[in-house]
Design a protein around this ligand. Structure first.
Ligand SMILES: Cc1ncc(COP(=O)(O)O)c(C=O)c1O
Length: 365
């Protein structure tokens, strides 16, 4: 007997998230050696793990028989000291994705709506679907967030607005002045979530969203160790917000959600200013290289503030498949409603070269 009748219809309707394909998977399918393949599909850090984090995690391995500190004391104290916010204004997640789910548990539901931008990070919509919130998607003719239109889209049942800045997958950035005008229009009782997964490596000027937190507004600022610090595999991210919202989110958190190794690594990574600097330099070089190659080949692209960019290639699915066979994994953008684009993450200089020559071969440009 099928148990489908018990399946939650909201969850059943979800089209699962499609991550970048793992290297091992592509190696098996195309008979390639894993070392020949470059994965430029998940906006990871091509320099690897922060060296300070790696050293600290190696040293901490023998302690792994112990549960982690569910409260994340050390990481909390360090972030509090750095940001000037109180220790009670932080919550940690197994990646910032998990925090999006806490937000869903606390502030979404069938009688509510969320506002997000067309082409914004898809997980907001997946979580809203899971919790039954209506999704008010605001069109983005220039690919970036149209903040005045988003403010206008708010309805009396809107509980949350998501601003992804820089936005994945478009790489677009909203400015300080745009955010200020927007915040002046957002009602006090709407939660504004600024997803700043790429803040530390942003190649443009990030707006200062912490100011709204200091002003006592209902905002959450999401950050992650996955990108700038090269710790995507460890799964650790955090949110800063008003103590009231943080303590609500804490109720939805499982006791040991962020593992001990990840916490150790994150604490150490925060001191690795050199790694951050090298990462930013590499991403800037990556952007220059790939933009120059696109200009030369006559391929349209979206100038990006983050470590990836959209390139218009015609048939994104076909080009992605062709690049994969050549050992370069990128992301097709059909799932985002941008079927003529691929998204490429910047790699090492050698990986970027390999991508550029494979792209030229695939597109014939
Ligand atoms: C905009 C944005 N938010 C959140 C995440 C999730 O990051 P993590 O769960 O690894 O912290 C990503 C990952 O790609 C992202 O691009």
């Amino acid at each position: 007997m099928s148990i489908a009748k018990w399946m939650n219809p909201d969850v059943a309707a979800i089209r699962p998230y499609e991550p970048g394909r793992p290297i091992e998977d592509v190696a098996r399918e195309h008979g390639l050696a894993p070392a020949e393949i470059c994965k430029l599909a998940s906006n990871e850090n091509p320099l690897g793990v922060s060296r300070l984090a790696l050293r600290a995690m190696k040293r901490a391995l023998p302690e792994m028989y112990l549960y982690p500190d569910g409260y994340g004391f050390e990481l909390r104290q360090k972030l509090a000291a750095r940001t000037g916010f109180a220790p009670g204004q932080f919550i940690f997640g197994s990646g910032s994705n998990e925090i999006l789910e806490f937000i869903g548990h606390c502030y979404m539901g069938r009688d509510r709506s969320i506002v997000c931008s067309q082409y914004a990070f898809v997980v907001y919509k997946l979580v809203a679907q899971m919790f039954g919130s209506r999704i008010l998607e605001v069109s983005a003719p220039t690919l970036g967030h149209d903040l005045p239109a988003m403010a206008k889209a708010i309805r009396p049942d809107t509980s949350i607005i998501f601003i992804c800045n820089p936005n994945n997958p478009t790489g677009t950035l909203v400015t300080d002045a745009q955010v200020a005008k927007f915040m002046a229009r957002v009602p006090e009782d709407v939660l504004v979530v600024f997803d700043e997964a790429y803040a530390e490596i942003c190649l443009g000027k990030m707006p200062d969203t912490s100011r709204y937190l200091r002003e006592g507004r209902n905002v959450l600022i999401l950050r992650t160790f996955s990108k700038a610090y090269g710790m995507a595999g460890m799964r650790v991210g955090y949110a800063m917000g008003p103590a009231e919202i943080i303590s609500a989110l804490e109720r939805a958190r499982q006791p040991f959600n962020v593992n001990r190794l990840a916490q150790t690594g994150a604490v150490a990574a925060l001191d690795d200013a050199g790694f951050l600097r090298r990462t930013r330099t590499l991403f800037r070089q990556g952007r220059e290289m790939i933009e120059a190659a696109c200009d030369e080949a006559g391929l349209e692209y979206q100038h990006s503030a983050a470590n990836f960019m959209l390139i218009k290639v015609g048939d994104g699915t076909r080009v992605t498949a062709g690049l994969t066979k050549r050992g370069v994994i990128v992301r097709p953008m059909g799932g985002y409603g941008l079927p003529s684009y691929i998204r490429v993450s910047y790699g090492t200089l050698a990986e970027n070269e390999k991508f550029i020559s494979a792209l030229r071969a695939e597109t014939g440009k």
